[in-house]
Design a protein around this ligand. Sequence first.
Ligand code: ATP
Length: 248
Amino acid sequence: MKNEIAIQLNGLRKNYGAKEAVKGIDLDIFRGELFVLVGANGAGKTSTLKMLTGLLKPTAGMIQICGLNLQQKTKEVKKLMSFVPDIPYIYEKLSPWEIIRFVGKLYEMDRGAIETRGKELLQFFSLWHVRDVLTEEFSHGMRQKTVLCAALVHNPEIFILDEPMVGLDPVSILDFKVFLKQKTKEGMTVIFSTHTLATAEELADRIAIMHQGRIVALGTLDELRTQYRSKENLEQMFMEMIKTEDTR
Ligand code: ATP
């Protein structure tokens, strides 16, 4: 399963006026892979993820999702994926159930499938007991979990998340990690950004370290360890790599 390419990026660039935020990324991500992007503030992670989801137009480069060109087949590609931004928007005057039904209809799912899948997700994320409560009454973590349920209702092939663990309590984080592992085993491709290096270390099949708009290191944890021979953990490798890049 892990040699089937799910996402292919060639020469991906993003400029905001004179600012070169993403400076040419070539990358293949495989089906069923749990791929993690790490990097300091402003490294270009969010810009990259937003281009992958079609929310941000690249300045240059090509994005292929499941063999389809994102720029040419935007509608088809969007059906295959889901994106959870770092600060997600939520309809406060709706309950989790209403949000799930609304999103399911947007994806043209039939009612039975929405109900079955919605129930599964609400139970998994411990929101079943508050399924009919307006989300305006929810804590940050409960809202975050509602967003995750809505993002997953159509069972996307590709799931992209920007800083997904922020705001979740330790039990929810653990549940969510188990969930992501299970989903990737079933073939879902997951890409997320994080500042929590321990999470990347624990979960990722492969890690890309971004720095000033470029991927400066890429591989499994073991491959990165080999590359940075004396470094024990990702945090040390990350610090070393940033220092090296900054003195170039
Ligand atoms: P963080 O970890 O802080 O979220 P990031 O790695 O996600 O950072 P981006 O948000 O992609 O980084 O930003 C990359 C660079 O592009 C930064 O220098 C940022 O200031 C700049 N940038 C991002 N969005 C815009 C925008 N809309 N207009 C101008 N510059 C932008």
